[in-house]
Design a protein around this ligand. Structure first.
Ligand code: TXA
Ligand code: MG
Length: 318
């Protein structure tokens, strides 16, 4: 049966209390949520996504006060970050307490936690006496959903409900920070600029964000991928090289005379925030066209441009 689409947090809450799966809006992307303390419900998330059980889930909480229920140690920098950036696109990976099911954390001794910033989901979380485990609401490895329609198309038959909160505002997944050996470390570039984090707590360790070790979070070399081949570089030059129909994902320019079937411009005015918000919609739109290639260009390597480039790099990995 197809998922019920609702705008009512109360209705979503009742489905979740019964152990159901609900796609929830956040400011970053849609999540596929279940009661984090209900192992049966959490197991259904992995099944619906086709997600391997070694990939841990993020736990969503109503506010920072709920942290101490789930984690043993909150490092001083983590406390600062939570105070400044929650609710918001930041996930903190911290040593977990025993009550967090091993399935949620893929057996790790840590748990990823965040307070999402979307009015419907904040209302929903306030109605529940349990946190929500939620990965992005897409089949494993595919581009994350930024609208309820994206969720319905791919997972609509496998989940119970979709809480419709419109198109997501940030459009990129949260930035993930962990504390191996107590040292603040970037695990995944995302919706909160690393510059903002460093302005608050000083330089981050970046080693994990550039490794392709799957035990590092969100860091599978190939991920966030459309089904068409993604090539990155100068679209005009790439266009002259390819031997089959193609589309272009550009930052600002229209690339008029390249012969592209379609050009999706992320932000004509060159605004990185707008580009981030439209990135996944662009990849999905072009992926649906009768083309063999998606030619994309790098964005400026700063702020959200870094997170966008990270997603493009993974989308293009073989
Ligand atoms: O913005 C977001 O983060 C969205 C919304 C729904 O909150 N969620 C999201 O979840 O992107 P997901 O599962 O698609 O990506 C979360 C990443 C995974 O790659 C996982 O490996 C990593 O977080 N992660 C979660 N818990 C972790 C832990 N304890 N240690 C290391 N990595 C962890
Ligand atoms: Mg994901």
């Amino acid at each position: 049966m197809a998922a019920r689409i609702t705008r009512s947090p109360a209705e979503a809450a009742s489905v979740l209390k019964r152990g159901g799966l609900v796609a929830i809006p956040t400011e970053t992307v849609y999540g596929l949520a279940a009661n984090a303390f209900d192992e049966k419900a959490v197991a259904r998330i992995f099944e619906a996504k086709g997600r391997p059980s070694y990939d841990p889930l993020i736990v969503h909480i109503a506010d920072a006060a709920a942290l101490d229920q789930l984690v043993r140690t909150v490092y001083p920098e983590a406390r600062l970050l939570a105070e400044k950036f929650w609710p918001g696109p930041l996930t903190l990976v911290l040593p977990r307490k025993e009550n967090v099911p091993g399935l949620v954390t893929a057996g790790l001794d840590t748990v990823g936690i965040r307070v999402p910033d979307h009015p419907l989901t904040r209302t929903l979380l306030a109605m529940l006496d349990f946190p929500l485990a939620a990965p992005s609401a897409n089949p494993f490895g595919y581009v994350s959903p930024t609208s309820p329609a994206h969720v319905a198309e791919q997972l609509g038959e496998r989940i119970d409900a979709i809480l419709d909160g419109g198109v997501t505002r940030v459009g990129l997944e949260s930035t993930i920070i962990g504390f191996p050996e107590g040292r603040a470390t970037l695990y995944r570039y995302g919706g909160l600029e690393s510059e903002c984090i460093e302005a608050l707590i000083g330089p981050l360790n970046y080693a994990a964000a550039t490794a392709s070790d799957p035990s590092a979070p969100g860091m599978l070399k190939k991920h966030y991928s459309p089904s068409k081949k993604v090539l990155i570089g100068d679209p005009a030059a790439l266009a002259a090289q390819v031997d089959a129909p193609f589309a272009i994902l550009s930052f600002r320019s229209r690339y008029k005379e390249t012969g592209a079937l379609e050009v999706f411009t992320l932000s004509a005015r060159g605004d990185l925030q707008e580009a981030a918000q439209r990135l996944f919609m662009g990849l999905r739109t072009l992926d649906a066209l009768p083309v063999k290639y998606i030619l994309a260009e790098w964005l400026p390597d700063k702020g959200l441009g870094r997170a966008i480039n990270d997603r493009l790099r993974r989308a293009s990995a073989r």
